[in-house]
Design a binder for this molecule. Structure first.
Ligand code: BTN
Length: 246
């Protein structure tokens, strides 16, 4: 897969969505800076030059529409392995799309799918990793961290290449099996969401439950206080710890 590195762009996700609409082939785009970086749930992703890794991957998988969100989880696994390989840091995953170190967010993932009729046309999966920040804005300083703040010494390009390599490895298995089954055990062993009391925040609905981990479809299972088990699909949902971010 071709990797293109550029200095600045509004958002690597938006750029690959534009290219995808014009029929572009699968590719990787990495920018040093984003002027309109996008986060989940309509938030912005502050993307100053040199601070972070800003990367998006465009793929055209021939899979059912409802499986597209699994690509965010695949990226989470790939980024976990790549960060470990390049820096030695063993991050945890926070379903559905964050990487954390000691309970603080070090990376976030945002995927967008485009459909044509009832078919998936393409998916863009973007990842932002906090690499070199030493200070965060007040609003997120309690919940954000960077690789540098955790003492990592690493080569930026090695980390980028490693993410692409790991993503491709997981992606090939996922496409072949058309399922998340092969990764469920690994995902659950890495996620901080297992066995915790969580607050589930859905549009217009918020409740507490005990998190049990993900199932073979990459959905989060939670046990409500009345004993009922609920399946949560990623999408417009966020899951937090009862006492904080994790
Ligand atoms: C989140 O809210 O946690 C997701 C953040 C995703 C940020 C990355 S940076 C590269 C890509 N381009 C964007 O505009 N967003 C993603």
């Amino acid at each position: 897969m071709n990797i293109e590195r550029i200095e600045t762009i509004d958002s690597t996700n938006e750029e690959l969505i534009r290219r995808g609409r014009e029929g572009a082939m699968p590719q990787v785009l990495i920018a040093k800076e984003q002027t309109a970086g996008r986060g989940r749930l309509g938030r912005t992703w502050v993307s100053k030059k040199g601070d972070g890794l800003y990367m998006s991957i465009l793929v055209r998988p021939d899979i059912p529409l409802e499986k597209a969100p699994l690509l965010s989880l695949i990226m989470g696994l790939a980024a976990h392995d790549a960060v470990k390989e390049a820096t030695g840091i063993d991050t945890r995953l926070k379903w559905p799309n964050d990487l954390v170190i000691d309970g603080k967010k070090v990376a976030g993932i945002l995927a967008s799918s485009e459909i044509e009729g009832s078919r998936l046309k393409f998916v863009v999966i973007g990842i932002g990793i906090n690499m070199f920040q030493e200070l965060f804005p007040e609003e997120i300083s309690a919940t954000a961290t960077s690789l540098r703040l955790n003492g990592a010494k690493f080569n930026r390009e090695d980390l980028e290449n490693s993410i692409v390599k790991s993503f491709n490895r997981y992606y090939d298995i996922f496409i072949r099996e058309e399922s998340f089954r092969a990764f469920t055990e690994e995902y659950n062993s890495l996620t901080v969401n297992v066995g915790r009391r969580v607050r589930v925040i859905e549009p217009g609905n918020e409740y507490e439950a005990d998190s049990m981990g993900v199932n073979e479809d990459g959905e989060l299972l939670v046990r409500l206080d009345n004993g009922e088990i609920k399946t949560i699909r990623s999408g417009e949902v966020s899951v937090r710890g009862v006492y904080g971010y994790v």
